[in-house]
Design a protein around this ligand. Structure first.
Ligand SMILES: [Zn+2]
Length: 234
């Protein structure tokens, strides 16, 4: 018999409950395995509270645990090109939050799936906006893979006009990292890999070496894990 538990997401006024199989979620995440132990969870309640999380992100996480695939609600096609219009409810915003949640709940494979989804989504699309970039810096450590990816996308996509218009909204750490990257590049004469070259055509799985976290894969990924979109229920 599969016992179920409730994952309660959000604060008192707007909580969402998700029912999951205890054995499934415990196998997927050491965090939940610990949280389900009797010293943390009252056996009569069977609830894990996640007051700080975003319900949509946890929904995506649970779907991934059951299906090994990231599934987001379909979004209208964004204006292509290097404009700064993505926000927290956009695919990029969701993938970023998913990555941070996966890190928090000790699910490195999901971290890498979120990185792949972000890379795939960002192909030919838009750099992250200042709010998203600041959020990444607030929720990750220096040298985090998500920061590095964020930086590469920004270096390649941000225009001088973007910086002039939105520069004051970027956090200082990000601007310092950008500056450092440009100086290093000049000193070393290095050329950034283009975003296109990361897409893992025959033998160029650089995205794995550069942006995948250890323990989340065998270090030899050759193709992205894609994501799917489902039609929003009315
Ligand atoms: Zn990999």
């Amino acid at each position: 018999m599969h016992k179920t538990i409730t994952i309660r997401v959000g604060k008192a006024v707007s909580q969402n409950n998700f029912t999951v199989h205890e054995d499934v979620i415990c196998a997927a995440s050491p965090f939940f395995k610990a949280a389900c132990k009797p010293e943390w969870m009252k056996p009569e309640e069977k609830v894990v509270n996640l007051p700080e999380d975003d319900a949509e992100v946890i929904r995506i996480m649970i779907y991934w645990i059951y299906h090994d695939e990231i599934c987001i609600a379909e979004v209208p096609t964004l204006v292509k090109g290097c404009t700064i219009i993505e926000n927290f409810s956009s695919p990029s915003g969701l993938f970023i939050k998913l990555y941070v949640a996966a890190q928090k709940y000790q699910m490195p494979r999901l971290q890498n799936a979120a990185i792949d989804a972000l890379l795939y989504h960002q192909y030919n699309q838009v750099p992250l906006n200042a709010d998203l970039i600041t959020w990444v810096y607030e929720n990750t450590a220096p040298d985090d893979k998500l920061r590095e990816l964020n930086l590469l996308l920004a270096r390649q996509c941000l225009s001088a006009t973007n910086l002039k218009t939105h520069g004051k909204f970027f956090c200082v750490e990000f601007l310092l990292d950008m500056t450092k990257a440009f100086v290093e590049q000049r000193e070393l004469g290095d050329i950034d890999p283009s975003v296109e070259s990361l897409y893992g055509d025959e033998g160029s799985g650089d995205f794995c070496r550069m942006f995948h976290v250890k323990d989340g894969c065998d270090g030899e990924c050759v193709a992205f894990k894609l994501y799917i979109e489902h039609t929003k229920e009315k």
